[in-house]
Write a protein that binds this ligand. Structure first.
Ligand SMILES: [Zn+2]
Length: 118
């Protein structure tokens, strides 16, 4: 048995060297605090991404491909800098992926929005 210090409450206790907490309550408390910290840290950006997806979905309607003026997208409050990935096609055009949708600069004024096929 080693002398250990609980990561949550600082209490000294004896136990196996791989133990980190003095009790189940401290273990649960530590994990709950870390989940809360992660949730708070990601909430703002998750919100932008979800909102961007909703905007693209609304503009697409039921279609699989839409071309529209960049201004139309800008006016919705779309945040261009937030996306979930990128894709470079054979023509060298970069698609910005937002979950199951993607958009790209088709020309200076035009944006192309596509929906990923299942
Ligand atoms: Zn403890």
């Amino acid at each position: 048995m080693n002398r250990l210090k609980c990561q949550q409450c600082g209490t000294e206790y004896k136990g196996r060297s791989d133990k980190r907490f003095c009790s189940v309550a401290c273990k649960n408390g530590w994990h709950a605090e870390h989940r809360r910290a992660t949730r708070d840290a990601v909430a703002e950006i998750d919100g932008y991404l979800h909102r961007n997806r909703e905007i693209l979905a609304t503009l697409m309607g039921g279609t699989s491909k839409v071309e529209l003026d960049r201004l139309v997208l800008t006016r919705t409050g779309f945040k261009y800098e937030y996306h979930t990935g990128t894709y470079l096609n054979k023509e060298g055009k970069i698609y910005r992926i937002v979950y199951d949708y993607a958009w790209m600069d088709f020309s200076d004024q035009k944006i192309l929005i596509v929906r990923k096929k299942n």
